[in-house]
Design a protein around this ligand. Structure first.
Ligand SMILES: [Zn+2]
Length: 121
């Protein structure tokens, strides 16, 4: 069942909501994600709403420069990104969401082969 989650970075400047049933959750093996080590949750782009902190967000791009990886410029936490191959999707840092243990306990963490999508990552 879908639920509206509240999310934020560590310092709280960046706040957002994210509507999802947490059925699409995964870890990616691209060069960025290997270092970032975040579990990501995916939803349709219109179900992600940035509430505050737009001016705090920095955007990191690499390789094909198409995906947009956002992080808080104050505390450095990765909050969300726009994947290169799924323009209608937004992915968020699962650890930024206010979740209960119960909500997290049944999750299947899928493997996302971002490195194979990339030309040279
Ligand atoms: Zn922050």
């Amino acid at each position: 069942m879908e639920k509206k989650f509240e999310g934020s970075c560590h310092c709280g400047d960046v706040q957002f909501t994210f509507v999802s049933d947490l059925s699409r959750v995964g870890k990616c093996n691209c060069s960025l994600c290997l270092k970032r080590n975040a579990i990501m949750a995916y939803t349709e782009a219109h179900k992600f709403t940035l509430i505050s902190g737009e001016d705090r967000l920095s955007c990191y791009q690499f390789n094909t420069m198409q995906a947009k990886h956002y992080f808080c410029s104050s505390c450095g936490i990765y909050t969300h990104h726009k994947p290169r191959t799924q323009k209608a999707t937004t992915a968020v840092n699962l650890s930024c969401l206010k979740t209960t243990e119960e909500e997290l306990s049944g999750l299947t963490i899928q493997k996302i082969s971002g490195s194979e999508l990339s030309i040279e990552s």
